[in-house]
Design a protein around this ligand. Structure first.
Ligand SMILES: NC(=O)c1ccc[n+]([C@@H]2O[C@H](COP(=O)([O-])OP(=O)(O)OC[C@H]3O[C@@H](n4cnc5c(N)ncnc54)[C@H](O)[C@@H]3O)[C@@H](O)[C@H]2O)c1
Ligand SMILES: O=C(O)C1=N[C@H](C(=O)O)CCC1
Length: 245
């Protein structure tokens, strides 16, 4: 039996993760910790799942790795520099591992894969992410990951930057720019988590869209990561290969 603790246990994702662990016959729920609570008991767990906020996740990770607890992380805000820092902590504690993924849903992983595959065939590509208005970060972690994958695929294929004649604009009108890819963030009550990748050529467009309607969409991926993390040395970014994507 694998004992799984949860950081951010009272949050929207944390509550869903707690329920998924309780329902899994091969997993046992360990300590559940939220803001201001003692994280000491997490040291007894085999794995800790973190769905907190970008401002606190690094401190939680450093602490968990120092205590030899494997980490599965869905919290967003991981820059290449942050990932390097985590790699350094893991190297200092061999035998302790981490899986970090900006999205655990099958649909979002497929959408990112298809977007990266399509990106080299089009002159223009932009990302639009649409989320519930209680989300604290923008752009979404998924949109940032998608833009980075698209940019890498276009660079490898030698595709020029998307054409854009904009000469004057209101601040922010063209969105954020991630590795040269424009990313637009919509926040709207009634939505949960959605993303479109818009691709265009003279005379044609392709739109890839993914919709998560409920946080249950992430649980297959989270549980797969929890079950795999002990046997994946060091840092694993993304869970595509765990799901055969
Ligand atoms: N990777 C994915 O598939 C995926 C899916 C959904 C959400 N997310 C990300 O997960 C994160 C959480 O999202 P949410 O909607 O559950 O947010 P939320 O605000 O509902 O939950 C965050 C929880 O973390 C708690 N918290 C804050 N500081 C803490 C600390 N030091 N220790 C323990 N708990 C602490 C908060 O009190 C809160 O309960 C966000 O970064 C979001 O983007 C990722
Ligand atoms: O609800 C959120 O917050 C989500 N966060 C992740 C992101 O930023 O990509 C995944 C989608 C939902």
């Amino acid at each position: 039996m694998t004992t799984v603790a949860v950081f951010g246990a009272k949050g929207r994702m944390g509550r869903e993760v707690v329920a998924a662990i309780e329902a899994a016959p091969d997993l046992e729920l360990g300590a559940t910790v939220d803001h201001g609570e003692d994280r000491g008991p997490v040291a007894e767990a085999d794995v800790v799942v973190d769905f907190t906020v970008p401002d606190v996740v690094m401190d939680n990770l450093e602490w968990a790795i120092a205590h030899g607890v494997h980490c599965v992380v869905g919290t967003t805000g991981f820059t290449p520099e942050r990932l390097d820092t985590v790699r350094g902590w893991l190297e200092a504690h061999p035998g302790t591992n981490a899986i970090i993924a900006s999205n655990f849903s099958v649909g979002a992983l497929l959408m990112m894969k298809f977007a990266a595959e399509a990106a080299r065939f089009y002159e223009s590509v932009e990302v639009v992410e649409l989320h519930h208005p209680d989300k604290v970060d923008a752009p979404s972690g998924t949109a940032v990951t998608t833009a980075r994958k698209i940019a890498a695929a276009r660079a490898a294929a030698g595709v020029a930057p998307s054409p854009d004649a904009t000469a004057t604009q209101l601040d922010g009108a063209r969105g954020a720019v991630v590795d040269g890819i424009h990313v637009h963030s919509v926040r709207q009550r009634g939505l949960f988590a959605h993303q479109e990748v818009l691709l265009g050529n003279p005379g044609e467009t392709l739109t890839l869209r993914e919709d998560s309607m409920s946080r249950t969409s992430y649980m297959t991926g989270v549980l797969a990561a929890v079950r795999a993390v002990a046997s994946r040395p060091g840092l694993t970014e993304g869970i595509e290969d765990l799901l055969g994507i």
